[in-house]
Design a protein around this ligand. Structure first.
Ligand code: T4K
Length: 392
């Protein structure tokens, strides 16, 4: 990839200069471990003629993940969304369930798709995670549970949410799609609430092409979810539970095993990139890189910055400038689930109770990260910020 320098406004692609990068830099470019290992495992899968249905590699992956997280049970699934749906059903959630609106749309869809009403609670604008006081305000007699989201891999306030759930007799589970390999107060994410759900989508810090898992310390719940992900089969010809097809294929598990072996290198590359971004962007008026609480272990996968009113241009103009340079920065998760059509149609006034979500949605920008970032690219990306900060 060839890289051009950005010094001044006239060097910017939005002003007609060639883009800084001749190929796009993506948020969510997959981290891929040792190719030869993966190809060898693929040949074995083909030779053994065992492609899916709780195969040996899926079972191996489940064991490795459970060990790594120090959690009793890992139930691998075909993707994070189906994993959420199965966990929600297995916990018997119904009526209303409280979720943040500031999350990927799958969190809300996993409820709505099953005839459950997602009730959006506001976030703490500093952490981007659910604000327990806001959750309390949304509890009604129809509420059956709370789904916290560890957004950007920053843990949701699990202790306060658990206390609230206990006080009102609610189920608590977590969408941990972003938080594989993270911890909260010295315990791995995966050990909080009744269960936690990971996404192993290609764009995640740890991927299995598509995939996901529910992890739990509750053996009965794990058993129920194993039945549910395989149509409720308890053996040949014996269906004992309603179910769906949530199974992870062997090829995905092979990718998972290979990537798990390389996981520490992925996190280290992310950490270095995060630190470089944070240093380069510090001191630019109106730009704040979201920090991590030293009490918790992050995976540094999402590099999130906020653009506030002190910056020389709006967040959207900055994103347009970066995209013109082939830096495909994202506005995740603008405009918030409650402003997406299915939920805006249902709750047109939800935004009134979500002032922090509305404000954060206008400020956030997510930057490319991961193993595939070309050497020197962060310097150039942050030069674009610096040049835009001088625009009037
Ligand atoms: N809960 C939360 C909090 C989540 O963030 C997600 C998923 C879920 C639940 C559901 O889990 P899954 O059912 O997906 O397992 C992407 C992902 O598709 C989605 O998995 C993820 N969250 C979300 C944050 O990001 P999009 O619509 O932004 O994807 P897309 O196609 O724009 O790709 C993102 C970037 O990645 C692009 O610039 C291209 C690049 N990319 C993508 C793929 C697939 C690659 O370079 N290579 C690839 O193979 O949703």
């Amino acid at each position: 990839m060839s890289i051009k320098r950005v010094h001044s406004a006239k060097d910017l692609a939005i002003n007609g200069a060639p883009p800084a990068f001749d190929q796009p830099l993506h948020v969510g470019r997959p981290n891929i471990g040792d190719h030869e290992n993966f190809l060898a495992m693929t040949r074995k899968i083909l030779g053994d003629c065992w492609l899916t249905n709780n195969g040996p590699l899926v079972r191996q992956l489940e064991g490795r993940i459970a060990d790594m997280l120090g959690v009793g049970h890992c139930v691998a699934m075909c993707n994070g969304t189906v994993a959420l749906e199965i966990a929600i059903r297995a916990l018997g959630l119904k009526g209303e369930v409280i979720v943040p609106s500031w999350t990927f749309i799958a969190t809300a869809h996993a409820l709505h798709w099953q005839g459950i009403t997602p009730v959006f609670a506001d976030i703490d604008p500093t952490t981007h995670n659910l604000d327990p006081d806001a959750v309390r305000r949304m509890i009604t007699p129809r509420t059956s549970g709370i789904i916290g989201v560890h957004l950007w891999g920053r843990p949701a306030p699990a202790t306060s949410l658990q206390a609230l759930a206990d006080e009102y007799g609610l189920q608590l589970m977590f969408d941990a799609a972003h938080a594989f390999g993270c911890s909260y107060q010295d315990r791995s994410i995966g050990n909080f609430g009744a269960c936690e759900v990971f996404s192993f989508h290609a764009t995640k810090v740890f991927n299995t092409f598509e995939g996901g898992a529910v992890v739990t310390n509750d053996g009965k719940l794990a058993e129920k979810m194993r039945l549910m992900r395989n149509f409720g089969f308890a053996g040949y010809d014996d269906v004992i539970h309603p179910g769906t097809n949530g199974k992870m294929p062997e090829i995905n598990a092979a990718m998972g095993l290979v990537n798990l072996a390389n996981f520490p290198a992925f996190v280290e590359a992310n950490r270095r990139a995060y630190t470089t971004y944070a240093e380069a962007l510090s001191g630019i008026n109106g730009i704040t890189v979201l920090s991590h609480d030293p009490a918790n272990e992050p995976n540094y996968h999402y590099v999130v910055a906020e653009v506030d009113d002190d910056f020389a241009c709006s967040r959207d103009v900055l994103v347009a400038a970066l995209q013109a340079e082939n830096v495909l920065a994202r506005k995740y998760f603008w405009p918030g689930c409650h402003n997406m059509k299915p939920y805006h149609d249902l709750f047109p006034n939800a935004g009134l109770a979500l002032p922090s979500t509305e404000a954060v949605a206008q400020r956030v920008i997510v930057l490319p990260n991961g193993m595939n970032l070309p050497e020197g690219s962060i310097k150039l990306i942050t030069d674009v910020f610096r040049t835009m900060s001088r625009m009037s």
